[in-house]
Write a protein that binds this ligand. Structure first.
Ligand code: RRO
Length: 296
């Protein structure tokens, strides 16, 4: 790869990061120590596992299955709710974004308020594809996207909104988040999918349906970021199938100001160091000069 970008601190959606590559929600984000380890291993910022208004055990297993090109999961939002505050408290001042979910705007605001002054920002999960009453159940309704975003952005902290690709027009949801005061859009969460065991004649996942992530969804994520860039004015953070520096450059050309890496961490816990070492050079171009350049 010849094109590289200049290294340095970056501020995206109100959060200052040590590089453009952020740990995505749901991966290694379940304890304070695993978040700290991801930062020590080169992540420019980290997003926690989604935290909700009540503790949740998640869906019955199997919850994750490896498929060609990625992973299929239906974890079911497992989280300890408010108890998670003590996990992130020691990381105050670091680029830790707390992913939150709720069943209505009031619940979103309540969960966010627990982390005020501790989190560098919030990422609203309006996009989990397999959680009745949460995630995409709200995030496919532009009015609810706007209201949930406004409920959290009104607290004054950076508010990122993670969108679902499982809609006809993602730009409508992006514009709703923007109207609600979002500081950035994160695209995309997993793609609703399923597999069936031919031996058992049953769906493989305990929840039947799940979300597909990994390399297989990268072209979908690129398309969503490209469409959002055409429609929205706030920064976009690209997420979905990124596993190397070339993918980061492509995401930026589609319109992403930063990226998140999730599923690729499973195969290579040191992936942030590896991406960063290939992405940056002191002779590299300023990132802003390539963000959205595929639209010109
Ligand atoms: O926990 C999950 O099952 C989950 C979540 Br919260 C999400 O946002 N996306 C996903 O694929 N799984």
């Amino acid at each position: 790869m010849t094109l590289k970008i200049a290294p340095g601190m970056v501020t995206v959606g109100g959060v200052t990061l040590s590089n453009h590559c952020i740990l995505a929600a749901g991966v290694l984000g379940t304890t304070g120590s695993s978040l700290a380890r991801a930062l020590a291993n080169g992540a420019g910022g980290v997003v926690t596992k989604s935290i909700g208004p009540f503790p949740c055990e998640g869906h019955p297993g199997p919850c994750v299955v490896e498929v060609e090109g990625g992973l299929l999961n239906a974890m079911g939002l497992p989280n300890p709710s408010r108890e998670f505050v003590s996990e992130v408290e020691p990381l105050a001042g670091k680029p830790v974004i707390v992913s939150i979910y709720g069943g209505d705007p009031g619940e979103f605001r309540m969960v966010a308020s627990w982390f005020e002054g501790i989190a560098a920002g919030f990422e609203l999960n309006l996009s989990c594809p397999h959680a009745a009453g949460y995630g995409a159940a709200l995030g496919t309704n532009p009015l609810l996207v706007e209201e949930c975003t406004r409920a959290v952005s009104g607290l004054g902290s950076p508010t990122w909104v993670k969108l679902t690709p499982n809609v006809t027009d993602i730009a409508i949801c992006g514009k709703a988040a923007e109207r609600g005061g979002a500081s950035a859009i994160v695209a995309i969460n997993t793609v609703k999918a399923m597999r069936i065991s031919t031996a058992l004649k049953r769906p493989v996942l305990g929840n039947r349906y799940g979300g597909l992530s990994g390399k297989a969804v990268f072209p979908i994520a690129i398309r969503c970021v490209y469409e959002l860039y055409e429609a929205c004015s706030i920064p976009i953070i690209g997420c979905g199938g990124i596993s190397g520096a070339e993918d980061v450059i492509e995401m930026m050309m589609a319109g992403a100001s930063a990226v998140q890496v999730g599923t690729a961490v499973k195969d290579d816990p040191a992936i942030f160091q590896s991406i960063v070492s290939h992405l940056y050079s002191s002779e590299g171009v300023q990132a802003e000069t390539i963000v959205g350049c595929a639209h010109e």
